[in-house]
Design a protein around this ligand. Structure first.
Ligand code: IMP
Ligand code: MG
Length: 183
């Protein structure tokens, strides 16, 4: 990862913008309405997987117009080749007892599908009232395990993308849009 002397170096790694801030805002407004309409009156827990989904979570929870709670967890999956070891390492767990909630996992991107497949299995074993997954981005062409989100805001080709919470070597999370990273 290069050392950036200034913002010109930083922005020089942006090949092109894939999803603009305006497109993100509009899609989140719709997803927030969909969630608000279908969960109204029920106990909702939005669960964000750190770190990548923190920006999406911040905007999505403000587009939800019914009462909801939020929670965070940090998870990594371990695989041998393409086969899940069945182990998802939780480096930071939820504090809530999810058996009392309709859980909505809020994820930044589904790539191979490994992380979410394992996180969903883990959270289901804790008997939530229901469990659904909303993802900002989906790269279906990269899937190595069978996994589909319930709500996906944008489907993108096999590009490595940065911005709006997504990083490359921990940089670029603060860009307000989704861009293709220039190698
Ligand atoms: P998985 O391969 O579906 O398990 O995705 C694991 C994680 O890899 C995602 O939650 C992201 O944090 C990260 N990731 C996958 N594709 C990209 C990308 O294009 N840019 C930045 N991070 C990515
Ligand atoms: Mg992630």
């Amino acid at each position: 990862m290069p050392e950036f002397k200034n913002m010109d170096d930083y922005n020089g790694k942006i090949k092109r913008i894939i999803v603009t801030k305006e497109e993100i805002d509009e899609a989140i407004r719709k997803a927030g309405k969909q969630i608000s309409d279908s969960y109204d009156g029920r106990p909702i827990l939005l669960v964000s997987i750190l770190k990548g989904a923190f920006v999406f979570m911040a905007d999505l929870c403000r587009a939800v117009t019914v009462p909801c709670e939020i929670g965070f967890m940090c998870a990594k999956s371990y695989y041998e080749g393409t086969v899940s070891s069945g182990l998802v390492k939780i480096t930071m767990d939820l504090e809530q007892d999810i058996s009392k909630y309709h859980v909505i996992i809020v994820e930044d991107i589904i790539d191979t599908g490994r992380t979410l497949k394992d996180v969903v299995a883990l959270l289901k074993s804790r008997n939530p009232l229901s469990l659904r997954v909303v993802t900002l981005l989906d790269k279906p062409s990269r899937r190595v395990v069978d996994f589909q989100a319930d709500i996906s805001l944008f489907t993108i080709p096999d590009y490595f993308v940065i911005g709006y919470g997504l990083d490359c070597g921990e940089y670029y999370r603060n860009l307000p849009y989704i861009a293709e990273y220039s190698e």
